[in-house]
Design a protein around this ligand. Structure first.
Ligand SMILES: Nc1ncnc2c1ncn2[C@@H]1O[C@H](COP(=O)(O)OP(=O)(O)OP(=O)(O)O)[C@@H](O)[C@H]1O
Ligand SMILES: [Mg+2]
Length: 558
């Protein structure tokens, strides 16, 4: 007797359901995606009891006829693709034809739908069984109610985490969907309370403020560009708005939210130097890429994608973000300042966007004095230099300030295309991991163009003139790291890394008293920096407490 039998369709659906709908939030995601695919412009999501009692999604999209309504809940029923060639040109969010069937196999679904100019139709499915069908009254579009989720799969039911975490997941999914279609009007209500209401008018700042908090979009930087046929539109929140985790770097490819390590890391690297260690930026990135270069058929939930030339896209993303953020006007940090300059900042960032951000513009030194003249008052805790003038009291972190000075010195030194080398009398054997030495030997030609001469055995026979003998290992390590992780060598990134590492190592430490002469020199040097306000790792070098701020603390003014 043969033992292998074809599985009953309903059982197969339940198995698929395990992959596609693992929690209420994934039901919300699938239903809203279907509404997007049906070109809806208004979508309402209503949740009861974190979705375990009911999830309802109403849309004003194309709707379905009676036949399609019945078919829709069957496995492998999709209107979106029919031939294998279609798989490489996916323009819709759905294509697997299994989401509705999977949902209907583990819940009780009431599907009402109506094509424009036709009568509405209703289909009820209970744990995968059709229990009712007939005419229904509704506006053109589709109205799906999913009740009693996982009622017939008790193990999954139990697996659902705390109410709080499910609620977060639902809001999170909704927010990403809303961001993916800023032109669709969407509402989310949970237990009869409206949690989100988007305007559907493309107003990204309003959307960002609603999702990330009031005024979150203040000082936002917008990138809108095309590189090698890849459209990049990015909304970069000011580095001051940052998070402890990287879940607020949101990337969409062709309108689909995806999770992709390389791209997320590229965004983070682009913000490098503007954020402190272990802090993550908030950014919303829209990439438009030829669908044939994107494989979305990797995972049942369609979150992972494979991207041809992923590293190149990441590289462009990182470079554009870095360039635009360093174009930003920097200023002295005023931690107690009432920020009421929202409008001005917005106008400025728009202005930068319209002008042609050319390469050399970035290196121009602004005319005005970046750090005003002030009188030295004293040093606090052997670390903070205090100055005063009519504007208020300045605190300067001497370590951070010197790091900045050294960073810019090395950054410029490294920029010299004619790297003069100095030969070493005795070839130096670097104390690096063997794998790093291997990497460097491979890239000998490139290293030579930076002034490092490497023998075939991995000994250093000459170094750039600007490099101190004590900093050889550090520089080689940075270069090996770059070569391994980025595969490509970007001169500017290399300069940045090297300059950062070297500057940090040699900078004066905190708690090291400086003479008056050293203080004066430090201030002179800091004033000549292109961005004297932050150390290369993003920490402030200088803080201003204005007279107003101080009087406010003493409650002299309100
Ligand atoms: N809100 C809706 N409006 C109009 N048609 C819909 C709607 N929801 C589903 N459909 C129809 O039902 C079909 C099945 O939906 P289902 O979500 O199961 O599969 P899919 O979207 O094609 O693929 P995937 O499983 O990847 O989501 C869709 O192809 C579409 O034709
Ligand atoms: Mg779908």
């Amino acid at each position: 007797m043969p033992k292998i039998k074809q599985m009953e369709a309903r059982l197969a659906d339940m198995i698929a359901a395990g992959e596609v709908v693992d929690r209420p939030a994934s039901v919300v995601k699938e239903l809203v995606e279907n509404a997007f695919d049906a070109d809806a412009t208004i979508i309402d999501v209503e949740i009861e009891n974190v979705g375990m009692t009911s999830i309802r999604v109403t849309d004003n999209g194309t709707g379905m006829d009676a036949e399609d309504a019945r078919m829709a809940c069957l496995r492998h029923a999709t209107s979106k693709i029919s031939r294998d060639i279609d798989l490489s040109h996916i323009h819709t969010l759905g294509f697997r034809g299994e989401a509705l069937a999977a949902i209907a196999s583990v819940s009780r679904v009431t599907l009402k739908t109506r094509l424009k100019g036709q009568e509405g139709y209703e289909v009820n499915i209970d744990g995968g069984h059709l229990t009712f069908e007939g005419a229904a009254a509704l506006n053109p579009g589709t109205d799906i109610v999913v009740k009693d989720l996982f009622f017939n799969t008790p193990a999954r039911f139990k697996h659902i985490k705390s109410e709080q975490s499910e609620r977060h997941q639902i809001i999170d999914v909704f927010d990403r969907m809303a961001m993916s279609r800023p032109f669709v009007r969407m509402t989310l209500s949970i237990d009869q309370t409206v949690i989100r209401r988007t305007l559907g008018n493309h107003d990204m700042t309003a959307l960002i403020d609603q999702i990330h908090g009031k005024n979150a979009s203040r000082g936002i930087t917008i990138i809108d560009t095309d590189v090698n046929k890849v459209g990049i539109k990015a909304y970069l929140l000011s580095p001051e708005q940052n998070r402890a985790r990287n879940k607020d770097i949101t990337v969409f490819i062709n309108g689909r939210h995806i999770s992709n390590y390389v791209l997320t890391q590229a965004v983070r690297d682009g913000y490098h130097g503007h954020l402190m260690v272990n802090r993550y930026p908030i950014a919303i990135i829209y990439l438009s890429i030829d669908p044939s270069l994107v494989d979305v058929n990797v995972h049942p939930q369609k979150r992972q994608v494979r991207l041809v030339n992923e590293a190149v896209v990441g590289y462009h993303l990182e470079t554009h973000i870095r360039d635009r953020l360093s174009d930003q006007r920097h200023h002295i940090l005023r931690p107690l300042e009432q920020q009421d300059d929202h409008e001005t900042i917005k106008v400025q960032s728009l202005f930068i966007e319209e002008s042609d951000a050319s390469e050399d513009k970035r290196d121009e030194a602004p005319a005005q004095l970046k750090i005003p003249e002030a009188d030295y008052v004293g040093t606090y805790a052997g670390t903070y230099l205090l100055f005063q003038n009519n504007d208020g009291l300045y605190l300067i972190d001497q370590h951070a300030a010197q790091e900045r000075i050294r960073y810019e010195y090395y950054y410029d030194a490294l920029a010299d295309p004619l790297f003069a080398t100095k030969p070493l009398l005795i070839p130096y054997e670097p104390t690096l991991k063997p794998s790093d030495i291997e990497t460097l030997i491979h890239a000998r030609g490139t290293l030579l163009s930076y002034g490092f001469e490497l023998t075939e055995e991995g000994l250093i026979s000459a170094i750039p003139t600007w490099l101190k003998d004590t900093e050889i290992d550090k520089s080689l390590e940075s270069m090996a790291d770059m070569l391994e992780n980025k595969h490509t060598i970007d001169l500017r990134v290399l300069r940045d890394h090297l300059a950062k590492d070297i500057s940090c190592k040699g900078a004066i430490k905190a708690n090291h008293p400086l003479s008056r002469q050293e203080i004066n020199q430090l201030m002179r040097d800091l004033r000549t920096c292109k961005n004297p306000y932050r150390c290369p790792h993003g920490r402030p070098t200088i803080i201003l407490l204005s007279l107003y701020d101080i009087e406010k603390m003493f409650k002299r003014v309100v």
